[in-house]
Write a protein that binds this ligand. Structure first.
Ligand SMILES: Nc1ncnc2c1ncn2[C@@H]1O[C@H](COP(=O)(O)OP(=O)(O)O)[C@@H](O)[C@H]1O
Ligand SMILES: CC(=O)OP(=O)(O)O
Ligand SMILES: [Mg+2]
Length: 408
């Protein structure tokens, strides 16, 4: 009997998202979220078995509980208990692989990789480049290894899709020796999503990925843009860390780096305080107090001027990158919106391309606001560039890559 299930783990600093999928069809057997790991007070687990519609999206049978969660090991054990209650399991012979999202793979990892001691050591060596993300990813892998040492653990890196970015787009114009010694360059993130969405966009156009140039806009809590030429990424807005680029829910995106010196010298802030300010108290939240785009739009419509400014700053930055990537690519076949904001916020899509007819970009408002799910075009027939909404599915992509690797 060939094992066909893949468990996908996305470990954050205080959370663990998991999905069990049956491959190669990608059918969801269960999804879950474990929150408040290692924090004061009880943690929380929400587990959703596959609904009657078979894709796990339905809320039927959803279970929720509070429990002590001192660390990631406790979180994964709790997830294992929920899976076992559905007759699934971390130690099931049906399990072909456990796929892990790892945020920073540096320039070392250009492909999904089966985890061994050497791989663990390399992910550890990259911790200084992603101090918020890689330690949590490592904790998830080590815990899964301890619970089931027999099933292959596959690391899928956010940075992998971006390793094709040429040096002229990846190098910062700073002292070359300092940059080399400290590995300072643009790495880019959300690569699993940009890869998946750019491929799906080509499919939507009825073309092969090698034939099309696509700008993908991943707008979630974290947000990034990518320029993809013939299936290969040639530029992206995030950099050394996921702080650069677009305005995000709580992150600033691009600022003048001298803001950091100024805050240090004039405001007497420590590096840790500035780090926290730019990562957690900036972006939409910094500008108007809310990091949820739904709330920003609601307040803006009610006449709130801070929410209006936050929306306008967000859109201005997005349009700047859109224009930049038209220039980077030269010829653009499609622009694809994805992730929580990109897939749902019709107003963001409208504002992002308004008045860009000269670049071949336009939106048909009837298509933009239609209550349709799944990949779809929202540009008018006459437009030179297709504008699309293409839902991302990082978990499915991780499962697909992990399953292909262990069956290779
Ligand atoms: N209907 C909607 N309209 C506008 N924004 C939405 C809507 N639904 C979700 N969002 C936005 O999507 C964001 C989350 O995106 P998501 O891709 O799920 O984030 P994450 O980066 O955590 O995976 C939320 O912060 C919210 O602002
Ligand atoms: C890398 C990154 O920004 O990830 P997320 O959007 O999940 O925060
Ligand atoms: Mg997401």
């Amino acid at each position: 009997m060939n094992a066909t299930q893949v468990l996908v783990l996305n470990s954050g600093s205080s959370s663990l998202k998991y999905q069990l999928l049956d491959m190669p069809a990608g059918r969801r057997l269960a999804t879950g979220l474990v929150e408040r790991i290692g924090e004061d007070g009880p943690g929380r687990l929400v587990h959703t078995p596959a609904g009657t519609n078979g894709d796990g999206d339905g809320d039927s049978g959803r279970r929720e509980r509070e429990l002590p969660l001192p660390d990631h090991a406790a979180a994964l054990r709790a997830a294992g208990e929920e899976l076992a209650a559905d007759g699934l399991g971390l130690d099931s012979p049906e399990l072909a692989a456990i796929g892990h999202r790892v945020v920073h793979g540096g320039r070392t990892f250009t492909e999904p990789t089966v985890v061994d001691e050497r791989v663990l050591a390399e992910i550890e060596r990259l911790v200084p480049l992603a101090p918020l993300h890689n330690p949590a990813n490592l904790a998830g892998i080590r815990t899964a290894l301890a619970i089931n040492p027999d099933v292959p653990q596959v690391a899928v890196f956010d940075t992998a899709f971006h390793t094709t970015i040429p040096d002229h787009a990846a190098c910062y114009a700073i002292d070359a020796e300092v940059a080399a010694e400290h590995r300072i360059r643009r790495y880019g993130f959300h690569g699993t999503s940009h890869a998946f969405v750019s491929r799906r966009t080509a499919e939507l156009l009825g073309r092969r990925p090698e034939e099309v140039n696509v700008i993908t806009l991943h707008l979630g809590n974290g947000a990034s843009a990518a320029a993809v030429a013939g299936g290969r990424c040639v530029d992206t807005s995030m950099g050394l860390t996921p702080l650069q680029g677009l305005v995000m829910g709580t992150r600033s995106g691009d600022i003048d780096p001298a803001v950091v010196f100024h805050l240090s010298r004039v405001a007497g802030m420590s590096v840790a305080e500035i780090d926290e300010l730019l990562n957690s108290r900036s972006g939409l939240r910094g500008l108007c107090g809310d990091n949820d785009m739904r709330e920003v739009v609601r307040r803006m419509d009610a006449g709130d001027t801070r929410a209006r400014l936050a929306f306008d700053v967000y859109i201005h930055r997005l349009r700047s990158y859109l224009g930049a990537y038209v220039a980077v690519l030269g010829r653009v076949d499609a622009v694809a919106f994805t992730a929580g904001v990109g897939e749902n916020a019709t107003r963001v899509r409208t504002a992002a391309v308004a008045g860009l007819d000269a670049l071949g970009l336009a939106i048909d408002e009837r298509l933009n606001t239609a209550a349709v799910r799944g990949p779809r075009l929202i540009s008018p027939e006459y437009a030179r560039v297709a504008v699309a909404v293409v839902p991302t599915d990082e978990e499915l992509e991780i499962a697909t890559q992990a399953f292909a690797l262990v069956n290779a």
